[in-house]
Design a protein around this ligand. Structure first.
Ligand code: SAM
Length: 471
């Protein structure tokens, strides 16, 4: 779909028209590949820390999308047609953005023009997120945690787009402007664009939730001490940008916020399309886990699992640590005390009830609390550590095993230089974290092998079950 763009230096008129207050700040095009940003127009100190006020009605939140819909029948039709989807902040905002794009592309025929229809013109035409990378570029991600995350994201975007078509094809104007083979211009690329705009620009605004805030969303990211400002909601519900305590800025300094210092390299690349050059560690990554096919309780376990099937690996001080409630379902079975019963509730519906040694488990995340109280806890923990270590090893093999084919690809002219650099940076950072985690799991395993409970278990049970392998 056609989208008109305007240089960000022309945003000043929009700012005045919409009562956004800039105090010693302006938007500008930056050097390098960071697009637009905010810079100071004068010296600023914490004596006068308020940098920007964006009126409440301009904050693009779930609530405000539905307020806009009251006076925009086209927007309302699509929101209503998509049901629960548009009752979430992301769903409502994506549809709202799509309507603004449609408004621009149809010369104002569809939807009611509002401040966002114009503001959208100041956003970059290309959002550099991996959902836009071509096939060759995606191959460089083999063995990184972004490989699976990106595949899952593309599948889910595809499902959303198909569903949007199913739900709106019966609306005349949607059929004409979006879906019709001759007159319709909406493509999957447009859907990826609204998703990328939202993902790279939405903030978690205190007291409002996930929202896009025009003008504050022009602030680029800098972590740690380099962050110069923060955002919040004032007493009147306006979004404000405030200078950080202890920061004094000279004229023409860039104003930056943090997109989340705790976010790992994979998440930064996935959501914002960059990794800071100064980053020394991948910080965290998520690896998927599957219940083996030979697990007799596989189906029941999958049915009761309430958490993502995998684990988060993260840097903790000088060492690595991990987090997962799913893993415990892989570590215990019927012979240990895990059981499932099919119960009939009062409505006649059947429900699967899990229990641990006759104690009902209503929330599967509490299974680990029961296991830690069990005399065999050290054995269960050893099983968990062994499983996690072998998953880390599998990931390392995929990462290291793909080095040659990735090296060959690097001379491929289809691969953008910036993408090549950043994907290689991710590969390196994740390899370091995985190697460190593998070594830490090894240490933990050695400690657990010293446990009398494990020793006794190995002495007796292993003779009965030679399949059990802690190597
Ligand atoms: C919220 S927007 C910030 C404004 C954006 N630069 C623009 O041109 O509209 C977030 C996007 O800015 C870019 N960005 C922000 N901080 C960056 C940084 N430190 N290095 C590189 N790109 C950055 C990324 O493309 C990111 O997806």
């Amino acid at each position: 779909m056609y989208r008109e763009t305007l240089p960000v230096d022309q945003l000043a008129a929009w700012i005045r028209l919409n009562n956004v207050e800039f105090k010693g700040v302006k938007t500008t095009t930056l050097q390098g590949n960071r697009g637009s940003g905010l810079v100071t127009t004068t010296e600023i100190s914490t004596d006068n820390p308020l940098l920007m006020t964006v009126p409440n009605e301009l904050v693009l939140s779930l609530e405000n999308v539905w307020i806009y819909a009251k006076s925009d029948k086209h927007l309302r039709q699509v929101l209503e047609a998509t049901g629960d989807y548009s009752r979430t902040a992301r769903g409502a905002i994506l549809i709202f953005l799509l309507l603004q794009m449609t408004n621009g592309a149809t010369g104002g025929s569809i939807g009611v023009s509002n401040p966002f229809s114009e503001y959208l013109k100041f956003l970059p035409l290309k959002v550099p997120l991996p959902t836009f990378w071509n096939e060759s570029e995606r191959i460089i991600l083999i063995g990184t945690s972004l490989e699976a995350a990106l595949n899952a994201k593309l599948d889910s975007l595809d499902r959303e787009f198909t569903r949007l078509k199913e739900k709106t094809s019966s609306i005349d104007w949607c059929q004409k402007w979006w879906w019709d083979a001759d007159s319709g211009t909406l493509t999957f690329h447009d859907w990826k664009t609204v998703d990328a705009i939202y993902r790279s620009r939405a903030l978690d605004l205190p007291d409002t939730g996930h929202a896009m805030v025009p003008c504050i969303d022009m602030a680029n990211h800098a972590s740690g001490n380099s962050t110069s400002a923060w955002y919040e909601t004032d007493r009147d519900g306006n979004a404000i940008l405030v200078l950080r305590e202890g920061k004094d800025l000279a004229s023409n300094d860039e104003i930056t916020i943090t997109y989340g210092d705790e976010k790992g390299a994979c998440e930064m690349l996935f959501s914002y399309g960059f990794i800071e050059a100064t980053v020394k560690s991948a910080q965290e990554l998520f690896l998927g886990l599957d219940i083996p096919d030979d697990d007799p309780l596989k189906l029941a376990k999958k049915a009761v699992a309430q958490s993502a099937p995998g684990f988060r690996l993260f840097l903790h001080g000088e060492s690595t640590d991990w987090e997962s409630s799913f893993i415990w379902l892989l570590c215990v079975n019927e012979e240990d005390g895990l059981d499932f019963k099919l119960l009939q509730n009062n409505d006649g519906e059947r429900e699967l009830q899990a229990s641990w040694k006759d104690e009902k488990i209503t929330d599967m995340s509490s299974l680990v609390a029961l296991l830690t109280l069990d005399p065999s806890w050290d054995v269960f923990e050893l099983r968990a550590i062994t499983t996690l270590q072998s998953r880390v090893e599998e990931q390392l093999l995929r990462l290291e095993g793909s080095k040659d084919s990735v090296d060959e690809l690097l001379i491929n002219p289809d691969i953008d230089n910036d993408i090549r650099k950043i994907a290689m940076q991710l590969r390196h950072l994740e390899e370091m974290l995985l190697l460190q985690a593998y070594a830490n799991f090894e240490t933990k395993k050695s400690q657990l092998f010293e446990s009398p409970v494990v020793q006794q278990y190995l002495g007796t049970s292993m003779a009965e079950d030679p399949e059990e392998d802690f190597s």
